[in-house]
Design a protein around this ligand. Sequence first.
Ligand SMILES: [Zn+2]
Length: 100
Amino acid sequence: MIVGVRSIEQLDERTLGIAWSDEKFSKLDVVTLRRLCPCAQCVDEWTKVPKNIKITEDVRPIKIESVGSYALRIRFNDQHDTGIYTYQKLREINCEAFTG
Ligand SMILES: [Zn+2]
């Protein structure tokens, strides 16, 4: 089944809410999201081990755009914008159990 994003909202200062087309809802901690950035600058491409990058607690998303129909690209206020988060990954890193 192909699941899409119906809406994205800022729930509080550091929580992003994503409503999915299958009625599920994800709450994502934005600092965790930044730490889990899957891009080649943040994760070693061969070993898949995250690189030791300092990420502060005040990191916030400043721009979110969709990539095709499978992922979101998130630009953070530390000027990092190469992270592409697939819907599948976003649903895996949901910080609370799905509701609904
Ligand atoms: Zn990255």
